[in-house]
Design a binder for this molecule. Structure first.
Ligand SMILES: *Cc1c(COP(=O)(O)O)cnc(C)c1O
Length: 227
């Protein structure tokens, strides 16, 4: 994959520019989204020092994990069914897509069983589109209060996906609203709930996301090519 080096350089420049434009002094973690790509692409990523990799299907993750093991930090970014949790816990660094009490409870149970605490993000449906996964703003506080009692998980922040729209203002508003929600939650001081991470921004909108405070971006096609 000859283009990876160039694509990565371009994205790194964009990250730098967006951080400067936003007046930010902190950094952004780039997660390379390797879903649907063969495992070689992960080997290439490692060579280019992309050591955080995102997958969205449990089955696919397992196959790749068997080969790559812990040479990368794995991020699970897709919709997750309870019966698949056991394949991820203890192997993935961060699960970005927790949106129900039941799912969090299952992750906690499996984690306690093997003596770890699993870091998770809560996926929020900011735009309110019915087709989207994620908890709504109205329901998130109750969810967090429930999750705060689970000993096997630690909430580290929030994740969202913007609508697939050309309207920059609309997209940016979604990111802004996730940032404001993160600030609200921080002020609630719920035990065991940390708001370190905002995972937002993909190939088409990561610059806007960084302008609004994203510190994890999930980029696939712009790095690795069309799926
Ligand atoms: C596929 C995917 C991405 C990456 O999308 P690209 O447009 O390829 O950058 C990011 N986040 C999630 C949740 C995804 O499923």
């Amino acid at each position: 994959m000859d283009n990876l080096k160039n694509n990565l350089q371009m994205i790194k420049n964009d990250i730098k520019e967006a951080l400067a434009q936003a007046g930010r002094k902190d950094d952004v973690l780039l997660v390379g989204v390797t879903k649907t790509f063969p495992v070689d692409v992960i080997e290439d990523s490692i060579e280019h020092d992309i050591l955080d990799v995102g997958e969205n299907k449990a089955q696919e993750f397992i196959g790749k994990y068997d080969i790559i093991k812990d040479r990368v930090n794995w991020h699970f970014i897709g919709h997750l069914q309870k019966n698949k949790v056991k394949y991820l816990v203890g192997k993935v660094k961060l699960i970005h897509s927790v949106d129900s009490i039941d799912l969090a409870k299952e992750i906690s149970k499996r984690s306690e069983k093997i003596g770890i605490v699993q870091d998770i993000l809560i996926e929020v449906n900011i735009s309110g589109e019915e087709s989207k996964f994620g908890i709504t703003k109205d329901n998130i506080k109750d969810l967090l209060i429930n999750i705060s009692n689970f000993k096997g998980v630690r909430v580290r922040g929030l994740m969202t996906m913007a609508p697939n729209a050309d309207d920059e203002l609309l997209v940016r508003n979604v990111f802004k609203n996730l940032r404001l929600l993160k600030e609200d939650i921080s002020h609630m001081n719920i035990s065991n709930i940390y708001m370190d991470y905002l995972s937002m921004g993909m190939s088409q909108d990561y610059k806007l996301a960084i302008l609004e405070g994203a510190n994890i971006i999930r980029v696939g096609s712009l790095l690795y090519g069309k799926r």
